[in-house]
Design a binder for this molecule. Sequence first.
Ligand SMILES: [Zn+2]
Ligand SMILES: [Zn+2]
Length: 334
Amino acid sequence: MSAALALAATALDVLVMTQLHPRAAQIDGPRHVRVAVDTLRAPLQLPDAEWRVRVGRETRTWRGALRIAPGADELAIIVRMPIEEYVARAVAAETEPGAPPALLEAQAIVSRSYALAARGRHGAADACDLAHCQALRESPSHEHRANSRAAADRTAGQVLVLADGRVARTPFHAACGGSTADPRAIFGRDDVSGAAAVPDPGCSAPGWEARLPRDVVERAAIEALGSRGPLSYERAADGRVVRVLDERTGRWANGDAFARALDRLAGWGVVRGSRMWLDPAGAFVRIRGTGIGHGAGLCQAGALRRARQGQSVQEILSHYFPNARWGRVEHRSP
Ligand SMILES: [Zn+2]
Ligand SMILES: [Zn+2]
């Protein structure tokens, strides 16, 4: 890995608290404002500061400029967050208290690279605060939040880059189960991650199993595809589902998008990974899987084990991202 240079934005517009479908919000900080979807006529803009935003019984603290826009039946709350603030929050949310510094640094570089490379997934916003982009749930441990922020600071501006100089869209997952997945098989396109299928000895992920009604599985496929023609599944040599196809239009969705749609319709935490096998069983479909998450890129369980064994952040990242180089972004002024 060698140095490279790229320019990147200095802040990300993050759409937050969407899972609460906010119709009203109480905002406290340098100003105190109550907004509701029924009465807000034009977007409300609040300056860069620390804001506490309460929606129903949930309160979250955000650092950045706030923009609250009225939608059809809910508010869009967008925080313009400095990129390193975003990275510090993502690291705290994606790792556990007590994790060694090398793991926190590896997560910081991966979270930063992914966020910069995957910007603009939400129209007016660059990212959301859910696992769809990167979860920004607040860690209850003050010490863990401080350690995560320190790891973001120590690695400020560091990213992984592809051979052509673009920032790598570096995926990560909870546990691979012994070897990571080929990113092309999971995301179904030319690789932009810098990752490759690599062995991860000692990484045992529990197998999981779910049973869902046939119509739920069909709905998930339609949702992942965005169309409703006759469906078929494309399987890998080992039988797992890698794509779902609309036979009429030729449209397809990758296994990861399908697994996420399944998990959402099942109520989250049920379809736990993308490496899955589907077997019809009457009115139900039996789904078996190995590994937690999509299995591509950084394996968080494996990286934790490596950090505990004394591996450096460079050793950890070059293992999971053999096709990426080390790089640094210069944050551009807005
Ligand atoms: Zn998102
Ligand atoms: Zn692993």
